[in-house]
Design a protein around this ligand. Sequence first.
Ligand code: GRF
Length: 206
Amino acid sequence: MRTLQIGVLGSGSGSNMQSILDAIVAGALNANVACVISDVPGARILDRARKHQVPGLYLDPAPFKTKLDGVAEQRVIETLRAHGVDTVVLAGFMRMVKPGLLRAFPNRVLNIHPALLPAFPGMHAWAQALDHGAKVAGCTVHFVDEGMDTGPIIVQRAVPVLFGDTPATLHARIQVQEHQAYPEALQLLAEGRLRVEGRRVHVLPA
Ligand code: GRF
């Protein structure tokens, strides 16, 4: 089994990155978080990283507002390489990644999305599920391709939508499952148990 060298990209609170660090400390995930990069100065994810002695770096995403492209993308790729990263983990990264990053880390960019894809891609997926009257919601860990939340699915976990749920209560219930699902998917990758065939990811037996 190899030790994954993870680079995390995130824009917000970083609770998923925290769950990855916790799983490593608990011995449940064979990985090292080599660096954390944020497009938001002062994002909480950077504080969390530094508390664990992980380099937490702000990289200016200008001139783009909604994507990681051009010189900003180049800077991110160079920084990830300089830290020896082989696996890129998007954890609440609020930008579309472009082919340059995907080519630099082929089949090694993962994302977590707060819905049972292919339902409810895009922003505020838990609120979309609630508005739609869905009875089941959840989260999806998937490989990233050029689309918006469209890449091959690795792990999904479901939660019920309860009477009286608000967007906040449903998101909180989904996040509990996210914090299990992301380390689980990464451990499968570390164990070399994921085979991608077209849209399908086969999980090989242990
Ligand atoms: C999560 O709900 C994740 O599914 C979505 O963004 C949120 C990030 O939360 N992509 P956190 O920053 O990991 O707490």
